[in-house]
Design a binder for this molecule. Structure first.
Ligand SMILES: [Zn+2]
Length: 292
């Protein structure tokens, strides 16, 4: 059945339409990640992150999503840094939105290429956009690439989550926050040895929805229910009253020793981990779209 035939069938039978054009490809997400990592270290304000933006925009153009920017100048311990959140919207018809986010900057640190931390979220979002192209949908699907997640120096005193804090403010002012049914943030989800934090800062019912989807799909082993509190790009949205959940694997290597080190490289990642998170996020979006 072609997509148009499927749509006609669905209209006739008034069935729930599938929110995606095709299944999520872990291989493609990994390939996008590899392209991003080839740019080398990609801290906010660097020529490398600007080059990555060009690549992201070229790919997003092919998906047909509506691209917009949230531009701002962040005040950091290293001075003023220009930052840009990239927003890719696939419109639905309900007036509500489901938002999937992740960061595309990497920590400013010599030799740090962030294959998992910064790379995997970028590759994941690129593939999610590609797999969403042209599919009829109920709610707006909004895919956001955050700039400035990483601390320029230390994760304290506002030196972190520059992009998500700015977008939460922008969306508070323009009324977008009120349209959001749920926000799912992904971070460090490419690790071969995938096991996520059961983040206690996330919204309980949304976290439960995602974990239940994972368990029903047979992925429960990667989604243990061991509580731990995580600070990440979902926090500004939680604080703004948006239901949000963070999907992050914070055990990257023995005792998390690959995290924020030059060991965060492509050989630590697997297409299978991307595929698991992709399937769970897509099914979670379908569940959310079925809700009023
Ligand atoms: Zn990081």
């Amino acid at each position: 059945m072609s997509r148009s035939q499927a749509l006609i069938f669905c209209l006739a039978a008034s069935c729930a339409v599938s929110a995606f054009a095709r299944p999520f490809s872990g291989e493609k997400a990994l390939a996008f990640t590899r392209e991003a990592v080839a740019d080398g270290p990609r801290p906010s304000g660097s020529p490398a992150i600007e080059h990555l933006r060009v690549q992201i925009l070229a790919e997003l153009k092919r998906t047909g999503c509506k691209v917009s920017f949230d531009d701002f100048t962040a005040t950091t311990p290293d001075g003023a840094v220009k930052m840009r959140n990239i927003i890719c919207t696939f419109p639905g018809k309900s007036g509500r939105a489901v938002v999937i986010t992740g960061h595309y900057d990497t920590k400013k640190q010599p030799g740090f290429v962030g294959a998992n931390d910064g790379g995997s979220s970028t590759g994941f979002l690129m593939e999610l956009a590609a797999a969403s192209a042209g599919a009829p949908r109920t709610d707006d699907l909004v895919i956001v690439f955050f700039d400035g997640e990483e601390a320029v120096k230390q994760w304290q005193d506002g030196d972190n989550t520059y992009g998500s804090r700015h977008l939460a403010e922008t969306w508070k002012n323009d009324g977008m926050l009120g349209k959001i049914k749920a926000l799912i943030n992904v971070d460090m989800i490419g690790d071969k040895d995938l096991d996520l934090i059961y983040d206690t800062n996330s919204t309980t019912d949304l976290r439960n929805l995602v974990w239940t989807v994972a368990e029903k799909s047979g992925y429960g082993a990667h989604f243990p229910r061991t509580p731990s509190a995580m600070e990440d790009d979902h926090i500004p949205f939680i604080q703004a009253g948006v239901k949000s959940v963070d999907l992050i694997d914070f055990t990257f290597g023995p005792r998390n020793q690959y995290w924020h080190t030059t060991q965060d490289t492509m050989d630590k990642l697997s297409a299978n981990s991307f595929a698991i998170i992709g399937a769970v996020v897509m099914d979670s979006i379908r569940e959310l779209e079925a809700q009023p």
